[in-house]
Design a protein. Structure first.
Length: 374
């Protein structure tokens, strides 16, 4: 489908280069991604306006477009914009220093783009107790920061970065191939537009130095191991633009000596004496972050039976609703007996010899069957 670039920019076909530039400035300002975050419609309009300006803002491409339409532009060095950064980079040199984006958004006058610094990733270990209540963790990380000696410029104090003579400070160079012009990043200054003759001795000209810094991480209630938290703007700055990358915190929940997390529930193994399991009663059960509670042990509790204590589990990350505490019983056989215990158990044993329990009765029946058939 043929697109009308004049309509896209809202200008007449006779419009001067100056008014085309103005129209694009206006649209770029209105639909700029910084002002319309997560608005796909604005992003589309920003891209469409940029594509239109790529053609109409260039007298040669415009001439071809006027004569042959969009078809004629094939191979005419049009930009294929894949991201907003592509757009900033492409038009930064057309407007030179302090161009359309520099004016509005305080971008660096040489690059005009939004280059961000490096993003970082750290592992953050938290305890199960931290997760139940949510907490703040201070982590120390080594990251690069703007060199205060040269303010990130990379030039030794008292000296200035010199304008690159190859690209005359534009950071890009134009290569003519017959009729058409192509722009590429300046090979001498790497697109910076400047050359540092005497580098800052502290940062070696990089503009960044290693620093230790402390970051406070908010541990969300109910967070699970493997969750990645994004902290925007907590990464390293770009020395030119000052725009910081992000910090990604990968959460690991440490193993707890008493509790195992199973979805929203906590599981705790609780040893019980045989007599308590048989007679029933109460057992003291530990909880996370608060005092222990008394749990009812029903008469006849078997080894491995699970007692459920409602609402004493973990909060859900999204709803905050708490799971349960599951007490898995473990009937302990005593390894050492007092004389009195032994007396009682022997007495019990005699009774068990005459009164056969249901499980044992079942077993004995199976054994009889087995002996008969073999
Ligand atoms: Zn250069
Ligand atoms: Zn420095």
């Amino acid at each position: 489908m043929a697109r009308d670039y004049y309509k896209t920019l809202g200008v007449e076909p006779e419009a001067s280069q100056e008014s085309i530039k103005k129209a694009y400035r206006r649209m770029a300002f209105r639909y700029h991604p910084d002002r319309n975050p997560e608005d796909p419609e604005a992003a589309e309009k920003f891209k469409a306006a940029s594509e239109a300006y790529d053609v109409l803002g260039d007298e040669e491409k415009r001439r071809i477009y006027d004569r042959y339409g969009e078809e004629g532009l094939k191979g005419a060095g049009r930009h294929d914009f894949r991201s907003a950064d592509d757009i900033f980079e492409t038009f930064s040199d057309i407007f030179g220093g302090g161009g359309i984006f520099g004016d509005f958004f305080g971008r660096n006058s040489n690059s005009g783009n939004r280059r961000k610094g490096r993003s970082l990733r750290v592992n953050v270990e938290v305890s199960l107790e931290d997760v139940e209540t949510g907490s703040q963790k201070n982590i120390t990380l080594k990251k690069k920061d703007i060199c205060t000696d040269c303010d990130g410029e990379g030039a030794a104090p008292g000296t200035e970065p010199a304008t690159c003579s190859y690209c005359r400070g534009y950071g890009q160079v134009e290569q003519r191939q017959g009729f058409f012009a192509m722009r590429t990043t300046c090979p001498r200054c790497g697109g910076k537009g400047t050359i540092i003759k005497s580098p800052c001795t502290v940062c070696g000209g990089e503009g960044l130095v290693n620093k230790k810094s402390e970051v406070q991480v908010e541990v969300p209630v109910g967070v699970e191991s493997g969750t990645r938290l994004k902290m925007p703007g907590k990464g390293e700055p770009d020395p030119e633009t000052g725009v910081r990358g992000d910090l990604y915190c990968d959460i690991t929940v440490k193993e707890h000596p008493l509790f195992l997390r199973r979805g929203p529930d906590l599981v705790c193994n609780l040893p019980l004496p045989y007599s308590l399991a048989a007679l029933g009663g109460t057992a003291e059960v530990p909880t996370l972050n608060s005092d222990s509670v008394e749990a009812d042990v029903p008469k006849g509790t078997r080894n491995g039976d699970v007692l459920r204590l409602k609402g004493l589990g973990m909060p859900d990350m999204r709803t905050g609703k708490k799971g349960d505490l599951l007490i898995k019983t473990f009937i302990e056989v005593p390894q050492k007996l007092t004389r009195r215990q032994e007396e009682l158990l022997r007495e019990l044993s005699e009774i068990e010899g005459t009164h056969i329990s249901p499980e044992r009765e079942g077993f004995l029946n199976k054994l009889k069957e087995y002996v008969k058939t073999h």
